[in-house]
Design a protein around this ligand. Structure first.
Ligand code: URA
Length: 422
């Protein structure tokens, strides 16, 4: 087999054979296929697509490139959630302990932020002492003793995806449904969860900008999971506006703790409970009430134990950025749009995100929202507060906010998008 013939097959809109797929993934993982050859193939896939058989084989080959985890020794059914990524998407933080409090075990392998979307591990690392890197044994121990674990995927899990995802990131080949679906599902199937709920985001702040693409991505991933014996369901959820009132690492941890304490913004609470219901249903846990577990403190108890089991201090003061800048509403009326992508870029420019994988992030940086679409605002009132340790970044962040909102005349009827679209 040679890589040029594999690239030519896809370049010429052909179907890759199972043998070609197995060979190219294995050879790339072992370093026999060069990055420039794999990026040519990834671009050909982005432009010409793959059919469901090719995607299934590609996913299986990425799973086979590494180890598979096994949670069959646990006494509880396992349920995991994956979000395709968005702005202010802190849902994993309250959700994992909530679902554990309701009776399922939650092995949550999470990622770091890249570009305008935040990463769960970056958020949790703003808690002093908390560790994202656990051995497989430590992960199993935290899961067994607290009911939930949120950590980084080990190097042994789908190594082909690790290499390919980093390559796609720098070659403009992230936004391909076959590559996104196989990337996400190879890790989730190799992780060994019994059930999986996918939160497929739609809108300006998401990979998928329209509902048709999101539906295609969701159904591709659900089919991959189901065919591998993982009970998989998907929700399509809105990402045209940031979730909650914060985008940034420590800011989002603070908001998540508010939700675990029975408060927090209504959209974060609604989506957390909707996803928890789906996860418990998929895991076969009956008669659990996630709303009650948030209100009675049992989810908060699991959160505290889970953070402490990974070296974190749940009572520690969270970092606060050194400088703040308040952005005010330019006119009075009804806020009808607050763009998730623009807010995400601003948070990233303030230091909450990274441009390259190895960049550090600022724990306290980000954007705080004082109004959401549907709210009435008055000229001069605070609309956003920008937080950073590096105030020279304010101007750069403010540029990304030009045109980030619309304010309609007072009294204009306006209904915000529902959180769960389908
Ligand atoms: N998240 C992943 O893990 N892979 C992708 O390709 C996109 C988002």
């Amino acid at each position: 087999m040679d890589v040029i013939s594999v690239i030519r097959t896809k370049r010429d809109k052909g179907e890759l054979s199972p043998e070609q797929i197995d060979w190219v993934i294995d050879a790339y993982t072992r370093g026999e296929v060069a990055d420039e050859q794999m990026s040519a193939l990834a671009m050909a896939i982005l432009l010409n697509g793959m059919n469901r058989d090719e995607i299934a084989r590609w996913t299986a080959a990425m799973i086979a490139s590494g180890e598979r985890m096994d949670f069959s020794s646990l006494s509880r059914p396992t349920a995991d959630k994956h979000s395709t990524g968005g702005v202010g998407d802190k849902i994993t933080l309250p959700l994992a302990p909530l679902v554990a409090a309701c009776g399922a075990a939650v092995p949550q392998l999470s990622g770091r932020g890249l570009g305008h979307t935040g990463g769960t591990l970056d958020k949790l690392e703003s808690i002093p002492g908390w560790r994202a890197l656990l051995s497989n044994e430590e992960m199993l121990h935290v899961l067994d003793t607290t009911g939930a674990v949120i950590c980084a995927a080990g190097d042994g899990l789908a190594p082909a995806d690790k290499k390919l995802y980093a390559l796609r990131d720098v070659t403009g080949t992230v936004e391909a449904i076959p590559l996104i679906a196989s990337s996400i599902m190879s890790k989730k199937i190799a992780e060994g969860t019994g059930s999986l709920v996918l939160d497929v985001k739609v809108g300006t702040g998401a990979f998928m900008k329209n509902i048709e693409d999101a539906r295609e991505l969701a159904s591709t991933m659900v089919a991959l999971g189901t065919d591998s014996g993982v009970k998989t369901v998907a929700l399509l959820t809105d990402m045209s506006t940031p979730l909650g009132l914060t985008a940034g690492n420590a800011l989002e941890v603070r908001e998540s703790v508010e939700v675990l304490a029975g408060g927090g913004p209504a959209d974060v609470v609604e989506l957390t409970i909707a996803l928890a219901r789906e996860m418990l249903d998929a895991a076969g846990v009956k008669d659990a009430d996630p709303a009650k577990a948030l209100a009675d403190g049992s989810a908060m108890d699991v959160w505290r134990r889970m953070i402490a089991a990974q070296g974190g201090d749940p009572d520690a003061t969270l970092p606060v950025a050194r400088e703040q800048h308040v952005v005010t509403a330019p006119s009075s009326g009804v806020l009808t749009r607050l763009d998730a992508y623009d807010i995400g870029i601003a948070a990233w420019r303030l230091g909450a995100g990274r441009a390259r994988k190895e960049d550090p992030v600022q724990a306290g940086a980000g954007v705080e929202l004082h109004a959401k679409p549907g709210d009435t605002v008055t000229a001069g009132q605070p609309l956003l507060t920008l937080h950073t340790d590096t105030p020279e970044k304010f101007d750069y962040a403010l540029k990304s906010l030009e045109g980030a909102w619309d304010i309609a005349a007072a009294g204009t009827a306006f209904t915000p998008n529902p959180i769960v679209l389908d």
